[in-house]
Every structure is written in C-alpha cells, then in structure tokens.
Unconditional design. Structure first.
Lengths: 330, 369, 292
C-alpha cells in the first residue's frame, strides 16, 4: 500500500519512539487512577456538595431509622438506645388508631385516584375542543394558578368557604331553605372536601401533560377523520383519546406508585379531633405521635412501615412502566 | 507548520476495537481527507488527533512532539464540528474570540485578531449578530473563524458541510479550498462524501472497518484503486463491477461474461489464467458509445436514459448484469436511444481478484522484468 | 388556521364544552375573588356571611390592621429570606452537581446517579429527618431551613437530563479552546441551559414561598417564622373562633377579614411572577421530569 510514500522515520527515531511508547504504557498502568483524578479533579469538586448534602440530610436519617427497633431515648441517642426488636411494630398493629390511619390512607388514596386521575384528562380533552384561542389561554392561565398557591392558603379558602357562619356554601344552602352544616366537624364530609379541594387545586396543572400529548397527535389523523365525516365528539373518542392512551397509562402507573403520598399537610390543616375518624392518615398519625407527643421510636416504626410499602409500590410501578413504555409511543 | 503522523494508532472501547492500528503521515501544509462509510473509524481517528478520544495504542505526533498524553488545548490544533458548536448566547465576535478569551489573550490583540479573521471570511458585517440570526453558510464560516483565529498548527474538520444544502455545500467547499491555499495550514478533513474528498484533498485516505484501504491523490484513487471497495467508493456514478471468467484470446487475455467477450489488459497475473474467475471494473466514463481502435465492443440492452444536460447516464445491462454508461450528449439525446453496445479500451479495464477483491498486477506484461 | 369543517351538531358540542370549561374556570377563580372581596369588607359583613363576591361595606380596615402588625412584616421578611436565600443555595449546589453527574468521565457515575435517584423512591420519613436536624443543631435556625431543604433528587435529575441533551461538541469545542471544567460549566453549559435553570429556579421559589410544614415543626422562635406559618396560626384562630361565633359584631375588621387580607398579601408576589412561570411550563419540562 502506498502509505510509505512519505519517507518513514529512521531506525533511530523508531527506537526512541518505541521506548517512549513503552514508558507511556507503563506510566498509564501504574498511575491510571491518580492520573484520572489529576486530570479530572474539577468534576469531583463540583459533585462534592451534592453528595455531602444527600449523605447528611437524606442518608444519615436512614441510619437513624434504626430507632424503629430500639427503645429510643433522647439522652442515650440513636446508638446508645437498647434494641427491642419488633416491639414497636407489635404495638402499632395492636393500635386501633394506627389501623384506622392505614384504612384512611387507603380510602383517601383510592378516592383521590378515582376522581382525581380522570379529572385532568377530561379537562385536557375539553381544552382541546375550544377553538377560540384567547378563551382557551385565559381559562388555562386561571386553572393552573391554584397549583402555585400554598397549602395554608388552600386550607384557609376551604375553611372560609365551608364555615357555618360566613361560608358561601352554607349561604347557598340557606338560600335553598336548608339548615347550615358545619362541614369540617362532620367526619362524613371530610373525604369529599379533601378530594374535591385536591382536584380544584391540581387538575388544571396536571392537564398540561395531556395537552402536550394531544399536541403531539398527527394533525392528518383529524383531517382524514373529517373527510370520513366524523363529528367532533367522535373524533375526541376515536382519535384524541386513543392517541394519548400511552401517556394516560404511564401517568396512571406513576400515580399508583405514589399511592401512599396523601397530601398530609392539607389534612393537618383541615382535620380536627372530631374528624380523625375519617381524616387521620399514616403521616398525620406519625406527626401527632412523634412530633407532637415525642414518641419518636414508635412514630419512626410507623414511618418505616409506610416507606417500605411505598418503596415496593414505586418499584413495581417502575418495572411495569418500563415494560409498557417500551412498547408504547411515549 | 507541523505535519501529523500516526503510528499504529488503535482505538478500543473495552474489548471492542474500532480502529486497528492506522499508519498515516501527513506532511506540513497538506490537506488530507479521511473518507469512508459511516462506522469506518474516520471520525474516531480525527478525534484521537484532536485529543477528544484517548489513544488506546500507538503514537500520535504533531510536528516532532508525541501528543498521546497532551490535553486537546495544548496540542495546538483547532477543530470545526459538524454542528458548528456555536454558542447561541454569544455574538459572532464573541464566538470567534471565545478561545482567545479563555487563554487570557490581551484585549487589543483579541480585537485585532477577530477583525482580521472576520475580514478573511467576509463576516465583518455580522460581528454583532447571534448565530441564530445567521444563514447556514454564515454559521459555517463563524465556526471556521473560531478555528482560524487561534493560528493553530493543524485544522481538523469533522464533516463540516453535512448540515448544508447541496448548493451551499459546493460553495463552501470551494471556500475551504481557497482558505487552505491562503493560510497553508495542515488540514485533516473527515467526510463520507467522496465528491468532497475528491475536490478538496491533496491526498485521500479511504477507510473501511477501522482500517485504511488506500492512500493517494484523488487521481491515483480514481485511476488505480487497489480493490473493489475503493473502486466502488470513489467516482460517481461508481465503477461498474461484474464477475467474469478469463480466457486466452488471440491477442491476450479476454473476459467472458454473459456471452460478451471483453479484451483485458495484458497483466502479469493474467498469464496462464485460463478459467480464472475475476471481477471486471469499468468506469462509466470509460465506456464509450463510439467505436475505438483496439477496443472491444460489448453488446448491451438499453433500459433507461437519465439526461443530465451535457451528459447522460445510460442504464443498460449485459445479459443480467446492470451496466451504466456515461455519454456526452452534445446537446442532443436522440442518438442515444439507438445505443446497443459500448466500447472499452483494454488499458481502461480494472481486473480484481474474485476472492480478495484486490486489483491484479499493476505491471503490464513486457514492462515487468 | 382552522377551517369551518364542522357540522351543525358539532356547534352545540362546542358551545356546551365552552360553557363547561367556563364553569370550571369560574369555580377555580371564584374563591380567590371571594377572599379578595372579604378582605375589603367590614368585619361585621364578613362574619355574617353576606359577602358573595364584591366587598360589602367597603373598608381598608383589615389591611390597616395587617400592615400595622409587626409580626406580619417580620414573617413576610422571613419568607423573603427563606425564598431567596434558599433558592440561591439550591442553585449553587444543584448546578455543579447536575453537571458532574452528566459527565461521562465521572468514575462511578452510575452509582452516584443512583445515590441521588434512590432518595426519590425511599426516604427515612418525618421522624428520622427531624431527629437528624436536631442532632445537627439546625432546629430553630434560619440556616437550618435554608440548607436542610436545599436539594431534591427531582431537580437534580431534571437538570442533569438537560445537560445530557446538550451536544457534546459544545463541550469539546470549548475544551479545545482551552476551557477547564469550571469554564465549560459556567461559560457554556449554564448559558445553554437557561430554560432548564429557570424552571428549577421557579420550582425552588414556589416551594420556598409556600413551604410551611417544616418551618412550623423546626422553628420555635416567633421572630423566625415565615408568612405561611404566621398565616396558619391566624387560620387556626379562625377555626377556634367558629365555636363561639364571632364576638366582633360591629368591628371594622374581624379574624376573617384580616386572614383574607393576609392571604391576598401572600398571593400577590406569586401573581407577579406568574406570567414568567407560565412561560416555562411546557411539554419538555414536565415530561423531562417524568422520565427519570
């Protein structure tokens, strides 16, 4: 072949070169890692704060989780407290309040999923059918807003709205000639109010994902449907909905994975002893037992139970979602 | 100016070897184009010269310096990327000045360098614009400006024209060529487009599967491809290739294919080659529709005429084998419809080994000792 | 350009749909307008439940009361400290961290990414986190609130994904020009990632501005609490009040109107940045978050 056209190196050069190459290789083997850090130390400097933070604020507490199996006392500390095995778990599962909290968590989650999951899909489909862009954009701007409002204000609004003396809800009831109801002290009303205010706050914002999916539908599908004489109602059912089905499935799986994540901050703000019966969930139970009454070890055990169940749910959901998203258009 | 020399360069990703010990010497001021199909290792080779990929084995020198362990910034090379990598948040002037700023070049010097480069590339009116406000060709020029401004020893180009439309590509190709003439900087240019390679290169390096197939000037590769791969890769439309069996005719070796008899050059390796299976290569340009003295006439069946203007491509077949003829039209295609044979001079025919695809003996009988 | 491709039957569908969307929109908007109305009404009117939308017996008494309250100003100031201090600290850690995690040459990259992502799936829970903060001496401190909630896996992964989507030639070009990692990050990646960084900034600001639970749990001193915790105390009073019915029959303001006024004051900054917020909530950002 013709690469020898340019005059090659002399023998002398070749020897020097060979020696250099050899030295090079020896050096690389001996100091591979040291060399790497010498060259790339900067990325480790950049990474360090993140790792320290996660270690200090999220992994160190995992070490502290062991108090779920200990008779924890503040004075002896985490390490000094004696092991007691599964005693706290036995106590918990013999505790009516804890069992009630599990039941409430499941029920509230279930209703949040049942009503809260379809709401943003319906909303997105409806937004999609609005032809007037100004109207559509204004409505969207408004329904996204509650997502950015703090839980405290949501609670304040709910309490004001359902107040027996000043609330608009009771004012309406009175207008129809009915007696005012003190909704927030009635256990049977807590769940509807909680689930409803959740939809009120989040449905709009969650619809963004579905609107994005709808925006990705090939317009020629609609055009050919029009040519085939489909009505808008039929197009919504036969074109839009099937097209965004993969997104719906993925979102459903994610939601199921986070099933136990009940918005307990809002519950803490809204519930009262009279409604514990239907409102008390695992996290509010932990909050009361641990942070308010100082039974840290028992509350940590409840938290561990919650975290393990949640972990299993999330992992299952992740596995399913990976399998689904491989075959679906995402 | 420095040359570049690669000595048994190897690139491995774990157990997978993608470049298998390449040897290449690039002279100072030379313009070398690495060309080959995607995945042939040409970009990897370029990136090893740039220092963006670690060299697994072998030695890379720029000038007299072994640069295997030298960081890209200290190699004194500049690179033009396929997507230009222009910073959208910086103006044209700041994009060009970026490297100088990083190197803490004095402000006055930066300003004059940027001005000079902008002048060379015709970018002076656009210095304050953002890349988003430029056309494709202008962006390409900014990308080159960023490389030129540092006065590197070596320019590296990684498919710099592949994002442009056909017309612009032709135009920028000429501009790169002119720029190289003017600056005289050693250049290594990677492309998968053989036309770019032919027009730009002092020498072309044809690569396949991590190996060099052939190195040579554009005309060497065109006239004397070492194997069927290079023969098929260089030239457009590609060289016609078909199987044939060698027989001995009265005046020398003859190839027989689909009943046609084609006189072959009198090569050493075709002596006593009766019955040998070979691959015959004939460039479309070398197949003439006019009879020539000493040329064999090969009957063909005409399928289709593609008119290009001054030339036409005659898609035809020898029996079952497709064959393309490039013919002058002389402004008129009427006479082409009657073509029923082509004529080819024996010395224009390439003969390749059937198994290895290698070209058979360049030396002619009688010339060889 | 949508053509009039639809039949007459569709017209009713379109109109019905518009009405339904309108109703939902009004239902979303109404509580805010109602609260605003209450905040400008007299205490008597608010307590009697006569406010429907517009202020009844218009008065600025509630605002005068709120704005003359030193606790309001202090908590408002604290919220600003937590919001801007917290967001700044978050960005200072997240940006370099996400960049490092996106670098292919980082040794143990898979491990470190998992180290971060794992906390999305499993966390120790309220009690161990609280005890840890206590052991670190971060109870009742500004610094504790700011640093303790500086990061979360979601934001880091969001930004890391964005960094990974930037073509490597940008980094390579900068590197050949002689830039080191810090320069590549600061001069190339940060400017190229403005939308992603803006999104994360937004997430941080909104979370900080609205955060109340941990501030309530970790802060004991009245002078360190943020607005939301202060507001919560007032709302708690409000609900206690219900049991007695209002005693402030003819006062110019009542607990209801004062609370409403504070809610309005607390929402105003959110409304001010809202147009900017909206700009960034598009497809890519939300889906980018969903994809791990």
């Amino acid at each position: 072949m013709s690469q020898q056209e340019h005059i090659g190196p002399s023998t002398e050069e070749l020897v020097v070169e060979a020696r250099e190459a050899l030295r090079d290789r020896v050096r690389r083997r001996a100091t591979g890692l040291g060399d790497h850090f010498k060259r790339e130390w900067q990325i480790y400097v950049l990474l360090l704060p993140t790792i320290l933070w996660f270690g200090l604020f999220l992994y160190k507490p995992m070490y502290g989780l062991q108090i779920a199996f200990k008779d924890y006392s503040i004075f002896r500390g985490i390490d000094g407290s004696p092991w007691i095995g599964f005693e706290h778990f036995q106590t918990l599962f013999g505790n009516d309040q804890f069992l009630r909290a599990i039941k409430n968590t499941v029920i509230i989650s279930f209703f949040t999923l049942l009503f809260g999951f379809p709401a943003p899909i319906i909303l997105a489909l409806m937004f999609n059918e609005i032809l007037n862009q100004t109207y559509k954009r204004t409505a969207q701007t408004i329904v996204y807003l509650p997502h950015f409002i703090s839980t405290v204000i949501i609670a304040g609004i709910v309490m004001t709205a359902f107040s027996p003396s000043a609330g608009i809800v009771n004012a309406v009831l009175e207008w129809f000639g009915m007696d005012p109801v003190y909704f927030l002290t009635k256990p049977e009303w807590f769940r509807p109010i909680f689930v409803g205010s959740g939809i009120w706050q989040e449905a709009g914002f969650q619809s963004i994902v579905y609107l994005a999916a709808i925006a990705g539908v090939n317009p020629s599908l609609y055009e050919s449907a029009v040519v085939d004489g489909a009505s808008r109602w039929q197009m919504m059912w036969k074109v839009t909905l099937p097209s965004i089905l993969p997104t719906i499935i993925i979102m459903l799986i994610i939601r199921i994975g986070n099933l136990l994540e009940v918005g307990f901050e809002l519950i803490i703000l809204l519930y009262q002893p009279a409604t514990y019966e239907t409102a008390d969930v695992i996290n509010t139970f932990i909050y009361r037992q641990g942070l308010q009454q100082g039974q840290y070890d028992l509350a940590a055990a409840a938290g561990l139970f919650n975290a393990v169940v949640a972990f299993v749910l999330v992992m299952t959901a992740n596995t399913i979602s990976k399998r689904v998203s491989r075959t679906s258009l995402w | 100016m420095s040359g570049v020399s690669l000595d048994k360069i190897v690139k491995r990703y774990g157990a997978l070897e993608v470049v298998h010990g390449i040897d290449l010497k690039i002279a100072p001021k030379e313009f070398v184009v690495l060309v080959g199909p995607s995945g042939c290792g040409k970009s990897t080779t370029l990136r090893m010269i740039a220092g963006l990929e670690e060299i697994s084995d072998g030695t890379c020198r720029i000038g007299d310096r072994v640069v295997n362990r030298v960081a890209p910034k200290d190699r004194d090379v500049a690179m033009v990327f396929q997507n230009y990598a222009l910073y959208p948040h910086l103006s044209v002037a700041d994009n060009i000045a970026f490297g100088l700023r990083i190197r803490r070049t004095p402000k006055a010097e930066i300003a004059s360098s940027v001005e000079e480069v902008a002048g060379i590339l015709g970018l002076t009116p656009y210095l304050d614009r953002r890349p988003a406000d430029l056309s494709g060709g202008q962006r390409q020029r900014v990308a080159m400006g960023r490389a030129i401004v540092r006065h590197p020893e070596v320019f590296l180009f990684d498919e710099p024209l592949s994002n442009l439309d056909a017309k612009l590509r032709t135009q920028m190709r000429a501009e790169i060529k002119r720029l190289h003439k003017r600056l005289g900087v050693t250049s290594v240019y990677v492309t998968h487009d053989q036309v770019e390679a032919m027009t730009l290169a002092d020498r072309i390096v044809v690569m396949r599967d991590g190996r060099i197939e052939q190195i040579g000037t554009p005309m060497e590769l065109f006239n004397d491809p070492v194997n069927t791969f290079v023969a098929g890769f260089i030239g457009s439309p590609p060289m016609n290739q078909f199987e044939a069996v060698v027989e001995m005719g009265e005046r020398g070796p003859v190839a027989v294919a689909n009943g046609a008899r084609i006189a072959l050059p009198a090569l050493d390796s075709l002596r006593n080659a009766q019955g040998r299976r070979v691959i015959i290569g004939i460039r479309p340009e070398h197949a003439s529709i006019e009879p020539m003295p000493g040329a064999s006439a090969v009957p063909v069946e005409l399928d289709l005429i593609e008119t290009l203007g001054s030339e036409a491509l005659l898609h035809s077949s020898i029996g079952e084998t497709p064959f393309v003829i490039k013919a002058e039209t002389g402004g008129d295609t009427a006479h082409l419809a009657d073509v029923d044979a082509f004529h080819v001079a024996p010395e224009r025919i390439k003969v390749f080994d059937h198994e290895t695809g290698r070209v058979l003996g360049a030396a002619r009988m009688g010339v060889a000792a | 350009m949508k053509m009039n491709l639809y039949s007459r039957g569709d017209k009713w569908f379109v109109i019905a749909n518009m009405v339904l969307v309108g109703l939902f929109t009004i239902a979303t908007l109404y509580p805010f307008l109602y609260i605003a109305g209450v905040s400008f009404s007299s205490g008597f009117a608010a307590a009697a439940g006569t406010v429907v939308l517009t202020p009844v017996e218009f008065t600025l008494a509630a605002y005068e009361r709120v704005l003359s309250e030193p606790e309001f100003w202090r908590s408002y100031g604290n919220t600003f400290i937590y919001t801007f201090g917290g967001t700044a600290v978050s960005l200072l850690i997240i940006i370099p961290g996400a960049y490092a995690l996106s670098r292919p040459q980082l040794i143990g990259r898979r491990f470190w990414n998992l180290f971060v992502a794992f906390t999305m799936w499993f966390n120790a829970g309220l009690i161990p986190f609280f005890l840890n903060m206590r052991d670190l001496g971060l109870l009742d401190s500004y610094f504790g609130i700011i640093i303790g909630f500086a990061l979360n896996a979601f934001n880091i992964i969001l930004l890391r994904n964005f960094f990974e989507s930037i073509p490597s030639s940008f980094e390579e070009a900068a590197r050949m020009d002689g830039a080191n990692e810090f320069q590549v990050l600061w001069k190339v990646y940060v400017p190229l990632s403005k939308p992603a960084i803006a999104t994360i900034t937004l997430f941080c600001i909104v979370a900080r501005w609205n955060g109340f639970f941990w501030a309530m749990v970790l802060l004991q001193s009245e002078d360190k609490i943020p607005l939301q915790v202060y507001l919560r105390q007032l709302i708690a009073e409000l609900s206690d009040d219900e049991e007695f019915t209002s005693t402030l029959i003819d006062a110019a303001y009542s607990v209801e109107t004062v609370t409403a006024a504070i809610i309005v004051c607390s929402i105003i900054p959110v409304l001010l940045i809202y147009p900017w917020v909206q700009k960034y909530f598009n497809k890519g950002i939300l889906l980018g978050g969903v994809k791990e």
